[in-house]
Design a protein around this ligand. Structure first.
Ligand code: ATP
Ligand code: MG
Length: 264
């Protein structure tokens, strides 16, 4: 059965998409069957996975409004890589219309969950890249996930807005999806030379304890370059610092999910 994580933070540009595509490729490198879902009309996760969002026949939009089936939407990202490729439900700006159209659809918070129901045994991990907002799309992601990965930069305003997201996760857990129970903060774009970042990182640890992942993703120019080649950093330059960090993060996620599914 697939473990479903969404990567969310309503702040823009904090590293959600970079985390999602690199974790997808890194888990695939470790032999996991991965589906990534681009649930952001910006389509950055689609482009960063080597799929041109402008030429899509079907996207996750058609899936959500019920006009296409999963098998007609899913594409194989990065098939040229023997290891590191993954399945993708791609997106483009059409998805922005889903917000409006879903309003009249019954069970609208659960559209994604319903469409994935028959596919859960085909994957080990499903990763959902959310847009920088708490929208109906993000709600759809939360309603089918077991965990939320929140990438954060260790800056002064990092915690700003986090409360809203944590409250939304609590609400979804209580009212809509009791399987949603894990929140993990991932420190990204980290630069240990900046004293303030060390301080904020320490504050995060003391405040959130083991909800902060051990892995820290450094600021690394190779990770930022990779999307312009339509490839996640872990495949673009496997030995760069950023790639190594995302591979370590994949190992941490694997270890955590293994220990959770083993009865104690
Ligand atoms: P949005 O909210 O718009 O969806 P996002 O949270 O998905 O943004 P990304 O697109 O992943 O954020 O990252 C924002 C920018 O920062 C991108 O240009 C990306 O290449 C760069 N970036 C992300 N992580 C790193 C890193 N570890 N080191 C250097 N650059 C990074
Ligand atoms: Mg993004």
């Amino acid at each position: 059965m697939a473990r479903i994580f969404c990567v969310a933070n309503q702040k823009g540009g904090v590293g959600k998409t970079t985390t999602c595509i690199n974790l997808a490729a890194a888990l695939s490198l470790k032999g996991q069957r991965v589906l990534m879902i681009d649930l952001d009309p910006q389509g950055n996760g689609t482009m960063g996975s080597g799929i041109d969002k402008r030429t899509l026949k079907n996207s996750v939009y058609q899936l959500l409004i019920g006009s296409s089936r999963f098998d007609d939407v899913v594409v194989r990202a990065l098939p040229e890589y023997a290891k590191g490729s993954y399945d993708l439900l791609p997106s483009n700006r059409d998805l922005a219309g889903a917000e409006v159209e879903l309003v009249d659809i019954a069970h609208r918070d659960f559209r994604l969950r319903d469409e994935l129901a028959e596919k859960l045994s085909d994957y080990d991990f499903i990763l959902i890249d959310c847009s920088p907002s708490i929208s109906l799309l993000t709600l759809n992601a939360l309603c089918c996930a077991q965990g939320v990965i929140i990438p954060m930069q260790c800056e002064y305003f990092a915690l700003e807005g986090l409360t809203d997201l944590v409250e939304t996760v609590k609400f979804v857990h209580l009212q809509k999806n009791r399987y949603l129970d894990t929140i993990g903060l991932l420190r990204v774009m980290f630069d240990s030379r900046i004293t303030l970042q060390e301080q904020v990182s320490d504050q995060l640890k003391s405040h959130f304890g083991d909800r902060v992942f051990d892995t820290v993703i450094p600021r690394n120019v190779r990770l930022a370059e990779a999307p312009s080649y339509g490839v996640p950093g872990v495949l673009y330059d496997p030995s760069c610092k950023g790639a190594k960090a995302y591979k370590a993060f994949a190992s941490e996620i694997l270890a955590k999910t293994k220990s959770q599914s083993t009865p104690s």
